[in-house]
Design a protein around this ligand. Structure first.
Ligand SMILES: Nc1nc2c(c(=O)[nH]1)N[C@H]1C(S)=C(S)[C@@H](COP(=O)(O)O)O[C@H]1N2
Ligand SMILES: [Mo]
Length: 507
């Protein structure tokens, strides 16, 4: 029983430490506690949430820990009879943790790591204890127990005692490791950004076709790309940005300085240079922030500068054309996404957004440094790895409906999708079925050239069997999207998106 309990505690503590190191907000035990609360019938839960203060939530976690201690002891006792009880017992507990973790909103695969690490620790540490105990029993039953001085009662207490010591140390470290994330989450929750308004999508931005993604991408569905294995957790109180380099006046701004300035707000579509034709590394959000044109204007770039080297708190860099940050477009240091402070994963507390450029050359998350310079003089994270120095967004279009390999009825088929060419704009979209003539689609409205646009088209498809549909966009000014296929490397994919579908027999 003692082995069961100590091993149980060791696994929990290491799993909690793992969660802290990976900046996962909830350790598995907390996820279970939240799951229990969420599963509690409505009336009880309401009562509980209203009556339970934060101290009582701690009590719930403590309660779960007490129950766990009893279960751990039980596992140890059962395993004395049949060793595999330990495997099953710890496995079942881990399964509860896995269910709690994967049913959280916005769960990711990484969230599972702490539970799995904990389970491995349970199994390995318990096997160690069990082998020890088995050996001890053999030694005790032998003629000359004194000849094996390690396998004694004292030895066993040393073993479990050191495991308990490691558990306490890991638990303490876990508290420290998780503290940064919790503090940043807490500051984020308490932030009141007075000038930030809630997003209200303009009218008629959606085509009314089932299966179309929303025009405004919710933050939790917004694609995520970064090189940070552990996301920076920055308290706005500690954040500062330096605008320096080839400027007349170096600027330093704290978070309060920044949000005290006049904010600009805009719908802007952001996409990744690694987005394949037809891919979904793209999202559209309502961003609020401070215009870079104003900030850089105050800094006063020196003649001959043409780039701004941006650096994030985690040391990632990108070089952005100075012109794109200072012309009429709404390039900004964004503090909010969809009317809420930036989520930590999307760059809290401040990131850059520049309409018309791929993220890898512009959209620096957790940005802390802007150095005015020139492209001749600098290299940035992705350009060092072979990606192009300049990353203007390319015109693109995508078919969202029907899904690939859908089976449809013969007759009028409805096609719908998205097209984008930020900073230039989309004038038209055309589709072609089975290599036939290009047919114009109808476009929904957009607030500016900086967002994606939804389109829909109807085409008669009478013949049963396999068909293909492809799409191309026409830029403002008349340039048609090229069908020449190019890879995402070095500066973004080209080519027409194509979807195969089947028309079923009328029978
Ligand atoms: N600090 C930092 N910022 C970054 C990156 C990164 O790796 N680190 N990736 C960039 C890339 S390649 C893209 S496409 C966008 C994605 O932003 P999102 O994760 O908010 O969608 O962030 C950009 N900003
Ligand atoms: Mo990207």
């Amino acid at each position: 029983m003692l082995a069961g309990i100590v091993v149980g505690a060791l696994g929990l503590a290491i799993s909690d430490l793992t969660a802290g190191l990976l900046h996962i907000r909830e350790s598995p035990v907390v996820a279970v506690a939240e799951g229990v609360t969420a599963l509690t019938p409505g009336a009880v839960a309401e009562w509980a949430i209203q009556t339970l203060g934060d101290d009582d939530k701690l009590a719930l976690v403590a309660g779960i820990l007490v129950i766990l201690a009893i279960v751990f002891g039980g596992i140890g006792a059962l395993a004395r009879r049949q060793w595999w009880w330990a495997g099953i017992g710890y496995g079942a507990l881990a399964a509860i943790g896995i269910v709690a973790v994967v049913t959280k909103p916005a769960a990711t695969a990484t969230d599972l790591v702490p539970v799995l690490v904990g389970l491995v620790v349970w199994w390995v540490a318990f096997a160690l204890c069990a082998m020890w105990l088995r050996r001890w029993e053999l030694v005790r039953a032998s003629d000359d127990p004194a000849h094996d001085p390690t396998h004694t009662r004292r030895g066993f207490f040393l073993l479990t005692g050191s495991m308990a010591g490691v558990a306490v140390a890991a638990g303490a470290l876990g508290r420290v490791a998780g503290a940064g994330r919790r503090r940043a989450e807490e500051s984020r929750r308490l932030l009141r950004l007075e000038q930030v308004t809630k997003p209200v999508p303009p009218v008629d931005v959606r085509v009314d076709v089932e299966g179309m993604p929303p025009w405004q991408t919710p933050a939790e569905d917004f694609y995520l790309i970064d090189t940070a294995f552990i996301k920076p957790t920055i308290d706005p109180a500690d954040w500062e940005i330096r605008i320096h380099g080839r400027v007349k006046n170096e600027l330093r701004l704290t978070y309060d300085d920044l949000v005290a300035r006049e904010l600009t707000e805009d719908w802007i579509t952001l996409n990744c240079v690694s987005n394949e034709v037809g891919g979904d590394l793209i999202g559209n959000a309502w961003w609020s922030g401070v215009r870079l044109a104003g900030l850089l204007g105050e800094a006063g770039p020196i003649e001959g500068s043409d780039a701004v080297l941006q650096t994030s708190e985690d040391g990632w860099t990108c070089a952005t054309p100075l012109a794109a940050m200072t012309d009429e477009r709404n390039a900004m240091l964004a503090v909010a996404m969809n009317g809420e402070p930036l989520p930590i994963e999307h760059g809290f507390p401040v990131r850059t957004i520049v309409p018309g450029l791929y993220g890898y050359v512009s959209a620096c998350k957790w940005v802390v440094d802007l150095e005015v310079t020139s492209f001749d003089e600098v290299e940035a994270y992705w350009t060092e790895k072979g990606w192009a120095e300049q990353g203007p967004v390319k015109i693109a279009s995508r078919i969202d409906v029907p899904l690939a390999d859908a089976t449809l009825e013969a007759g009028t088929v409805v096609f719908a999708g998205t097209a984008w060419y930020q900073h230039t704009g989309i004038e038209g979209v055309e589709i072609a079925v089975d290599g036939g003539p290009w047919t114009p689609a109808t476009l929904a409205s957009v607030p500016s050239v900086n967002t994606w646009v939804q389109w829909r088209a109807e085409v008669e498809v009478a013949d049963a069997g396999e068909h293909t549909v492809r799409v191309r966009a026409i830029a403002t000014g008349g340039e048609a999207q090229t069908g020449v296929v190019a890879d995402v490397l070095p500066d973004g994919a080209t080519g027409w998106d194509e979807v195969r579908f089947t028309v079923g027999d009328a029978s």
